[in-house]
Design a protein around this ligand. Structure first.
Ligand code: CUK
Ligand code: CUA
Length: 627
């Protein structure tokens, strides 16, 4: 699939010439008018004249956290059209995630949790930029990390991180490639957390985890002082940094977590951690086998604690690889940390930890997250001020050094209370400075009232010119914390058909083989005591079996293989009154196991409209009374 190169590049010139400059500024400026258009036909316009008309493709894939829905969503940017939802931690009716045997295998021993709280979707890297292979997402609610395969856009692994309660910040290593996904354990807990120490917070701690990107096992953990909020990696592979909002000690109540004027950003020395683990210089805790090193205290080889004001939240690496920026939240400032001073910091060559700070610009109230345009400017969300502030990093450094220079370029009102913001390719060395998305927590009056629960408001801002321009309001269901904007040229491996030997359903294929069944050809019912396995094909508009008989109380496994090879020709399988419903995409095998507990005739049917005779694509399960 070569989507890049054509479309937009050639299209934009002619459209621009055709519509003319006045037509564009009219549409782009009229926030209210564009808000009235249905999302699917919205055409966003920036200074480059980019518009996405019906039938045209977006320039960027946006991977959106689905928040409390526990999923990941794919949006097209700049149209802001929602293209797809990828279930990860949730039960999903359309795909049958959490219902099929294949998804339950991925969910593993946490399949009984029916929800998640996703915050940070991030793609795998090669050499400082996206490679189109995986997207990871954290589940703050149940301490898990999920991995989505970007070739089929399906979750293939879920890991419950040991020794922690709740994963919050998550980032893949950016260079030389994503070997680790860094995961912040947010809440401090006793270790072991088995009831013997309960209310003595001085014994609580949390850990920073290096999750292996390929194996999805945790390779090592680092015990830290304080807690861990957000994290980001550098562009060399040497360092990662996390924010902490509860000081070095044992703050557990609201007042305690707010009492310090300075909390800290903790810097992790990845090489030093790896060395200690390789040398066997580690402990294990809480009965888990994961190697753990102790990064508490001022002079460990693994960590340094940089004091920063106050309850810092977001941590964002600049795309030139020079700076970590910690966002102050309760301070009107962000703290700029020079990454090239970290070697000296760990070598003990600096007088104080604060010597790595090269700027601390005052930006406004409630700075939460910062994004970059690749032209030296940063964009920070101001939660309390409901604004995005655009500022220049090098000018902020000059001001910190005493020069009279105004580093704030512009403040733009957003609607309302933004959390994350994100620029196109902005978390890679290829930050291209075209679009900024501000993920606003409150929409209030921006849409027709939906009652007591209102949508979030994901606002699209054109940053391609000198001035930020708001061009679109995008309602979103609760609660996308973060998104990742990936140029479509990075997504070369997206497939429209499953491959028959795909590992996602390999175990089901192996089961069929043991039963002597060839899934691509056979339609068979295998009885094995009170277990019945029903293998059927699906080719529009027929299931390979239109009737099978079982006894009440049998455990029935239905395996359906979609033999259609036509792009987008999905079937569904619903067993009525059994809570069984799932999708089978082209060339996929999917299965479900349930108990036939109700005697009588039960129809099964295809639930995805696949053919003119789709309504007739069905069959009967006859459930006999037991003898
Ligand atoms: S967090 Cu929600 S607005 Cu979980 Cu990245 Cu900052
Ligand atoms: Cu197959 Cu509808």
């Amino acid at each position: 699939m070569s989507q890049d190169s054509e479309n937009n590049e050639s299209g934009k010139v002619s459209r621009r010439a055709f519509l003319g400059a006045t037509a564009f500024s009219g549409v782009a400026g009229a926030g209210l008018a564009t808000g009235l258009l249905p999302r699917a036909t919205f055409a966003a316009n920036n200074e480059n004249g980019v518009a996405v008309h019906p039938g045209e493709l977006d320039e960027y894939y946006g991977f959106w956290s689905g928040g409390q829905s526990g999923e990941v969503r794919i949006l097209g940017v700049p149209s802001m059209r929602e293209l797809m939802r990828i279930p990860v931690f949730n039960v999903d009716g359309a795909s049958g995630w959490g219902v099929t045997n294949e998804s339950k295998r991925v969910l593993g021993d946490t399949a009984h949790f029916q929800n998640g709280d996703t915050h940070h979707p991030h793609m795998s890297f090669q050499d400082g930029t996206y490679d189109g292979k995986y997207v990871w997402i954290n589940d703050k609610a149940n301490s898990r990390v999920g991995r989505i395969r970007c070739d089929v856009m399906v979750t293939d692994r879920i890991t419950r991180i040991p020794n922690i309660t709740s994963v919050h910040g998550l980032r893949p290593q950016k260079a030389p490639y994503t070997k680790y996904v860094f995961c912040n354990g947010e809440f401090v807990i006793p270790h072991p957390n088995d009831g013997r120490d309960l209310d003595d917070p001085s014994k609580y701690f949390t850990v920073f985890s290096g999750l292996n990107a390929e194996t999805m096992e945790v390779d090592w953990q680092v015990i830290v002082d304080g807690n861990l909020d957000n994290t980001d990696a550098d562009y060399t592979g040497k360092y990662a940094a996390s924010t902490c909002y509860q000081g070095r000690g044992e703050g557990v109540t609201l007042a305690e977590t707010m009492r310090n004027e300075r909390d800290h950003a903790v810097i992790f020395n990845i090489e030093a951690i790896e060395k200690a683990v390789e040398a066997g210089d580690y402990i294990t805790i809480d009965g888990s086998k994961v190697p753990v090193v102790d990064g508490r205290g001022d002079n460990t080889p693994f960590t340094r604690y940089i004091p920063v004001p106050k309850s810092p939240h977001g941590l964002n690496t600049s795309p030139d690889g020079k700076y970590f920026v910690a966002n102050g939240k309760l301070s009107p400032t962000v703290t700029v940390i020079a990454i090239d001073r970290l070697d000296d910091l760990f070598a003990g060559k600096l007088k104080t930890e604060r010597d790595v700070v090269v700027a601390e610009p005052e930006l406004g109230l409630g700075p939460l997250h910062t994004a970059y345009d690749g032209r030296g400017n940063a964009y920070t969300t101001l939660f309390i001020d409901s604004q995005i502030v655009k500022w220049n990093v090098e000018d902020a450094i000059r001001a910190y050094n005493g020069e009279e220079v105004n580093y704030v370029r512009q403040k733009l009102d957003v609607h309302y209370q933004p959390g994350h913001n994100h620029t196109t390719m902005g978390e890679t060395k290829e930050a291209d400075g075209k679009w900024l998305v501000a993920l606003c927590k409150f929409s209030k009056d921006r849409f027709l009232s939906t009652g007591v629960l209102k949508p979030e408001n994901d606002q699209l801002i054109d940053i391609s010119g000198d001035e930020m321009k708001l061009v679109h309001d995008g309602p979103a269901f609760a609660e996308p914390h973060d998104c990742t904007l990936v140029h479509r040229s990075k997504m070369r491996n997206v497939q429209s058909l499953w491959t028959r030997d795909d590992p996602f359903f390999a175990e089901t294929v192996a089961m069929a083989k043991e039963d002597g069944v060839t899934l691509e050809a056979d339609n068979k019912v295998i009885r094995d005591g009170n277990k019945v396995r029903v293998y059927m094909t699906a080719v529009a508009p027929v299931f390979g079996i239109d009737k099978f008989t079982v006894k009440q109380g049998d455990e029935v496994t239905v395996v359906v293989t979609n033999l259609d090879r036509i792009e987008d020709l999905a079937h569904g399988f619903v067993m009525t009154n059994h809570g069984v419903s799932f999708n089978i995409s082209p060339q996929q095998t999917a299965s479900v196991t349930f108990v036939a507990d109700q005697p009588g005739v039960h129809w099964y049917y295809c639930s995805f409209f696949c053919h003119a005779m789709h309504m007739e694509m069905r069959g009967r399960m006859l459930v006999e009374l037991p003898e």
